[in-house]
Unconditional design. Sequence first.
Length: 259
Amino acid sequence: MGQKAHKHISSRSVNRLQKFFRSLELTQTRCVHCLRPFSPSENACGPGGLSAPLCPDCTALFVPYAGSRCPRCGLPLALPTARDTVCPNCLRQAPPWDSIGYFSLYDGVWRDVLLRLKYAGELSLAPLLGACLQEAAHCLPRPDALVPVPRHPLHLRKRGFNQAHELAKYLHILCGVPLRPELLCRPCPHTPQAGLSAAERRRNISNAFQTTRDAQGLRLWIIDDVMTTGATLTAAALTLRKAGAQKICALFVARTPHF
């Protein structure tokens, strides 16, 4: 009898707690972007077919870039052209990767979300952005490993995380490709790239990375959050090329429209 009473009291207490939490909106689903509560039944399918924690209004904002772009560096082209039209920069000097993939342009909502991840440490956005990478990678051949662009240990201690690694981690969960961050390291600290000119970025990042012979013969995706001039991804790809990587693709969430 005592046990029955105890079960009855426990069940009643749980119901009261559930009502209390509902009154505080603690059981509601909140949009990962605008943070407003919404009904999960209203949620549309997010990037990559993943049911993302986005309200209907924000789901409409998170759409891929579908305009003309250079197939070598991803730079948006000013006029509608054939999809395989190479931009003047890549005609002068081809990038050191075989293919490229990205989800959208670095402006508007995408700039806001990526800045929140990178500088505000909102790691709750990483699963959504990892799903964007998965969608952007549909045009790329499947690799042997994912290699996030590394940060110097001093930078990691200051920020507490590497946004490229966080994105690669969720992409690994979604697509099952092994995550191999040890294939690329950044032994020397460098001035942050933000605020530098294109030429300064290239000089600043040259010889920044090191790798091991374990990259020999591997097909790799280099993962980052944003590509501006391509200096960082170029330096990383060249390092892996020298280590004998067989095929390299650059994969990131957003491309700066101009620089």
